[in-house]
Design a protein around this ligand. Sequence first.
Ligand code: NAP
Length: 493
Amino acid sequence: MATQYDAVIIGAGFGGMGAAIQLKRLGYDDLLILEREDDLGGTWYVNRYPGLAVDIPSSTYSYSFEPNPYWSRLFAPGPELKRYARHVADTYGLRGSMRFGTVVTGARWDEDESHWRVALEGGDSVTATYLLTATGFLSQPKVPDIDGIERFGGKVIHTTAWDDDYDLTGKRAAIIGTGATAVQLIPEVAEVVSELTVYQRTPIWVSPKPDHRIPKAVQRLFARLPFAQRAVRLAGGSILELMMIFGVVHYKRFRIGNRIAEQWCRAHLYRQVRDPELRRKLLPRYSFGCKRPTFSNDYFPAFTRPHVHLKTSGIERIDETGIVTADGDRTEIDVLLLATGFNLWDANFPAIEIIGRGGKNLGKWWRDNRFQAYEGVTVPGFPNLLSLNSPYSYSGLSYFTTIECQMKHMDRLFTAMRRRGARVFEVTQEANDRFLDRMTRKVGGSVFSLGRCAAANSYYFNQHGEATLLRPTSTLNAHREAVRFPLEDYTYA
Ligand code: NAP
């Protein structure tokens, strides 16, 4: 049977679109982009809770080859990211390749045909020479397993499924979670509800947010002189890179940097909260960098409002109308807002069942062995698969750094393969093992191994306690390897 597509890409977020743009540049036009949601944009389509904004400067949080001069703020609000995603899809002619509302249930390598068979919910399937999974890291929402949660009779909203029709005004609300999402949500919800109780398990390091409006004159300047915006991007990217190198990768030598960051966040808390008991509750007990810190100017002040309450005693159970904590306290609520994040290590990696050569199951193999992927993109035993959200793939702090690095890797790999007249690639076991050994060694000197991370409850760590999400190198190293990796690290057929 003829293979239907050059490539199937799973996910129409920024990762999937970047991969599609790269494949088109390489001359592969026969693409199918499958997306379970009803529209493109990935996380920026799914998330629409009040207060949503990017927490990386927007000039840096965008494709370098498609700058947007019209960001309204240094940290653009969520809807602008959605607009930008639509603009990219239109500019690069990707919409025609996208099929929405399509859930992929699994993919299997067909040895005889040398193609991937991708199974869709409902029983259909499609085939493609190349399979690219761009299903995101934070795409499987976590609903906490709290006793009685299913019995709660009021409204329950997870932040990834915001109900725009539900009016919070005057309601008694509870928010579970104090991660980056909650930090944005809490001040907004506090504005409208009559009572807000926040249930915190682990406090988060929060630094001041140097956010500001970008005047129209500056936007026009960026439009007329793109190099001016490139300079801003370079400055923003360099700051993020230094934070990553000193704060995460080379913690062993530069832990003083993390201490300074902790003092900076502590001073922010002390400036904004006078009550010593409240400060104590909001102060993290783990090293800065163990878990993603965030920026906010209105998070701490929200807790000083008389109708906002912070509970740090664990949740014991939820009943029909309220939440009971371990200290016996019970709070009546109308609405329960779950800012409880995502399940990475059980439900992701990979997000769908992927069966490679000889029946090798990617998820099972990762769990039975260790989480690993050569340069964070390819895995031995899985020919013609680019798994873009793999262990050690996230490089730097802006996701676009990772995306563009992977685009470069694709460029080198596909060019080498075609030069050999081949159409099948597979990374060698030896190259994969070498990469894993190096990443393991490097993690050893990072904040994840040497910092006080036990109390962080950080999703950077997998179920075995290994920090296998972030690539523990500089982004410069990641980019250099993407354009120079040894071509013999792959076999071509
Ligand atoms: P998160 O960082 O995983 O935070 C989830 C929160 O829910 C944590 O405070 C967690 O407590 C709590 N929680 C989970 N299960 C719980 C339970 N059973 N009982 C009590 N508390 C529970 O998720 P997130 O806030 O959605 O953020 C995820 C990531 O998304 C961020 O790190 C960031 O990378 C990204 N993000 C980006 C932006 C942006 O750019 N604008 C905005 C928001 C998020 P523990 O910490 O104790 O587990």
